[in-house]
Design a protein around this ligand. Sequence first.
Ligand SMILES: NC(=O)C1=CN([C@@H]2O[C@H](COP(=O)(O)OP(=O)(O)OC[C@H]3O[C@@H](n4cnc5c(N)ncnc54)[C@H](OP(=O)(O)O)[C@@H]3O)[C@@H](O)[C@H]2O)C=CC1
Ligand SMILES: CC(C)(CO)C(=O)C(=O)O
Length: 312
Amino acid sequence: MDKRTYAILGTGALGGFYGAKLQKSGLEVHYLLKSDYQQVRENGLIIQSKDGDFTLPQVNAYNDVNKMPQCDVVIISLKTTQNQLLPDLLPPIVKNNGVVLVLQNGMDIEPEIAKIVDNVNIIGGLCFLCSNKVAPGHIHHLDYGQISLGAYASNYQSTGITKQMEEIASDFEKAGISIELLEDLLLARWKKLVWNIPYNGLSVILDGRTDELMTDIHTHQLVESLMREVVVGAKSTGRIIPESFIETMLDYTLKMKPYRTSMKIDFDEKRPLEVEAIFGNPLRKAELAGVNLQQIRCLYQQLKFLDMRNRS
Ligand SMILES: NC(=O)C1=CN([C@@H]2O[C@H](COP(=O)(O)OP(=O)(O)OC[C@H]3O[C@@H](n4cnc5c(N)ncnc54)[C@H](OP(=O)(O)O)[C@@H]3O)[C@@H](O)[C@H]2O)C=CC1
Ligand SMILES: CC(C)(CO)C(=O)C(=O)O
């Protein structure tokens, strides 16, 4: 096959970074933008990265999906708070039998995509990336970058490794992004939440960076106890996360450069928070299985209040 073409639905901290890396490796990439459209169309993208800075003076920039070509792989890199737009944004650019690659944090996004487009391969990707958009078309990649990929099948049945996953992994690896292929997407989503639920939630509620949450004994204990509750949530849906994974996530965060989580950045910028995808959906999933995740519910309720007050 010819080289695969990529569309980036939401050219921000994550989509801008991965899209630019794919383009730099020689692939054709088409970027959907909103407020940065004019700037990026005229000046391209600037990537400031711990792995080496680079600029792409010319990119295929759009502010309307109807002007974009259909692409082999459509990467969803909007904030989940904008996913209500997907019924309009996705169908025009997805190829029959193409791939929709969901690189967003949270749970239960893929079933929503499956309702919007059929005859596509839906793949979820969990990104271990620390990246911020610091100005229009200017992305600052601070740390990490690895993606774990899993294919979606109805009700998150485990699928094995698909041909499309291997092809995407090959494109990303050529672009310098390391990829892990997984057989069970639901397990991968729960594992990512072991990080996102405590740190994203507490960073907003307690107004703290990751290093601050780790050095104080009380917040360190709180983080750990929330991680354990995510493990209980995973178990309620038949997914087992080993005890050692909690240690790995604590260690990963200790070694991370002091980081303002993406949810904290959204809060500080008075943007909507991804509360439903990261907290509401896993809570409801566990509830359906008869399990009440009390500590996570407590975070959810506080975040809903803070989010509403912050934007009113
Ligand atoms: N940043 C990171 O390091 C990580 C992020 N994630 C996840 O990735 C996802 C994306 O996050 P992130 O990249 O940080 O978020 P950003 O806010 O940086 O990027 C989202 C982009 O989508 C654009 N957008 C919004 N609405 C539209 C629209 N209607 N048409 C076109 N573009 C639009 C925004 O443009 P505008 O600014 O003009 O509104 C923005 O540039 C989230 O689910 C997040 O949790 C996961 C791991 C790490
Ligand atoms: C875990 C992390 C930092 C990416 O590795 C993230 O997902 C976030 O900031 O939301």
